[in-house]
Design a protein around this ligand. Structure first.
Ligand code: C2E
Ligand code: MG
Ligand code: MG
Ligand code: MG
Length: 292
C-alpha cells in the first residue's frame, strides 16, 4: 500500500510538472502575440529630486493586460520573455512607447522630464542596440538627453570589457546610462570607475530596513559616498516611508523613487501629476518629527 501511494504520488507529481511546463509554453506563445495585439502597457513611476522636491523623470515599467488573467506584473512574464528572443521584441516595444510618451509630455508643454527604460542582458548584448536606440530617438524626435537606459550589475559585470565598449558606443548617442539594483550584484569597483554611467540606483532591498538595520544604513551610506566620489548621481529605490526619506535626505542622496511619493501609474495620471506640478513638500517633511 505504501508503495502504491508513492507510485500515485509520482504520477501526480509528473502530471503537475508537465502541466506547469505546458502552461509556461502557452504563456510564452501568448506573450509573443501580445505585442502585436497591443496587450502590453507601460506604467511610469516618478523619480523625485531631494534638492527641490520636483519630479525629474519617470521609470517606464511594463505590464501585460492578459485577456484572461488581468494585469500581470513584469515578474510574471519578463523572465519568460528572457528565455527566448521575445525579450528583444518586447524591449523594442517598451523603448518605442516610452520615448514616444516622453516626447508627448514635452509637446504638451509640461515640465521636462527624463524617461528611464530597463534593458535586459540579451538586449544589451544585441549588436544592433545602438542602431535601434538611435532609430527610436529619431522617429520619436526625443532628444537623447531625455533618455536613460538602466542596466543591472549582472549584465554589465558579466564581461566588463565588452560592456565598456557597448556603453561607450551608446553614450555617443547622448543617452544616460545607469546601474539598477546597485549592490545586489558583484560589482568590480575597478570597472565601475571605467563605466561611462551617470547614476547608481540603490536597490530597494537596502532601503527596506534602512531605519532599523545599521547594516543597511551602512550600505546606503557607502553607496551614496561611492557615487559622490565617482561623481555619479545616486537614487534610492523602494522608498516607502517618511523616515526612510528623511534619512536618505540627511545622507545626501540625490533622488528617490518609491511608494512614499507614488507607485508606477498610467500615462494619464502622470500627465496630471506634471500638469499640477505635484512635488515633495521637502520643507514640511524636514520639520516633521522623526518617529519610529
Ligand atoms: P526595477 O527596474 O528595479 O523596478 C523597480 C521595481 O520596484 C518596480 O517593480 C516598482 O514598481 C517597484 N517599486 C517601486 N517603488 C517601490 C516601493 O516603494 N516598494 C516596493 N516594494 N516596490 C517598489 P515592477 O514594476 O514590478 O518591476 C519589477 C522589475 O521588472 C523591474 O525592477 C525590472 O527589473 C523589470 N522590468 C520592468 N519593466 C521592464 C521592461 O520594460 N524591460 C525589462 N527588461 N525589465 C523590466
Ligand atoms: Mg529599473
Ligand atoms: Mg531596481
Ligand atoms: Mg530589477
Amino acid at each position: 500500500r505504501a508503495q502504491n501511494s508513492a507510485y500515485e504520488h509520482t504520477q501526480f507529481y509528473t502530471r503537475s510538472f508537465n502541466q506547469e511546463i505546458s502552461a509556461r509554453h502557452v504563456l510564452a506563445n501568448q506573450l509573443r502575440q501580445a505585442i502585436q495585439r497591443d496587450e502590453l502597457v507601460l506604467h511610469y513611476q516618478p523619480q523625485v529630486s531631494l534638492k527641490n522636491g520636483k519630479i525629474t523623470g519617470f521609470e517606464a515599467l511594463v505590464r501585460w493586460r492578459h485577456p484572461e488573467r488581468g494585469l500581470l506584473p513584469p515578474a510574471e512574464f519578463i523572465p519568460l520573455a528572457e528565455e527566448s528572443e521575445t525579450i528583444l521584441a518586447l524591449g523594442e516595444w517598451v523603448l518605442r512607447a516610452a520615448c514616444r510618451q516622453c516626447k508627448q509630455w514635452q509637446d504638451q508643454g509640461l515640465p521636462p522630464v527624463m524617461i528611464a527604460v530597463n534593458l535586459s542582458a540579451m538586449q544589451f548584448n544585441e549588436k544592433n542596440l545602438r542602431v535601434l536606440v538611435g532609430h527610436v530617438l529619431e522617429e520619436s524626435r526625443l532628444d537623447a538627453h531625455h533618455l536613460e537606459l538602466e542596466l543591472t550589475e549582472s549584465v554589465s559585470m558579466d564581461d566588463p570589457e565588452k560592456s565598456i565598449a557597448i556603453m561607450v558606443h551608446l553614450r555617443k548617442l547622448g543617452v544616460t546610462l545607469s546601474i539598477d539594483d546597485f549592490g545586489t550584484g558583484y560589482s568590480n569597483l575597478g570597472y565601475l570607475k571605467r563605466f561611462p554611467v551617470g547614476r547608481l540606483k540603490i536597490d530597494k532591498s537596502f532601503v527596506r530596513d534602512l531605519v532599523d538595520d545599521p547594516h543597511d544604513l551602512a550600505i546606503c551610506r557607502s553607496v551614496i559616498a561611492l557615487a559622490k566620489s565617482l561623481r555619479l548621481e545616486v537614487i534610492a529605490e523602494g522608498v516607502e516611508t517618511i523616515n526612510q526619506l528623511k534619512l536618505l535626505h540627511a545622507e545626501g542622496c540625490d533622488k528617490i523613487q518609491g511608494y512614499y511619493f507614488s507607485a508606477a501609474m498610467s500615462a494619464e495620471e502622470c500627465t496630471s501629476f506634471l500638469a499640477r506640478d505635484v512635488s515633495l513638500p521637502l520643507d514640511t517633511i524636514r520639520r516633521l518629527p522623526y518617529a519610529r
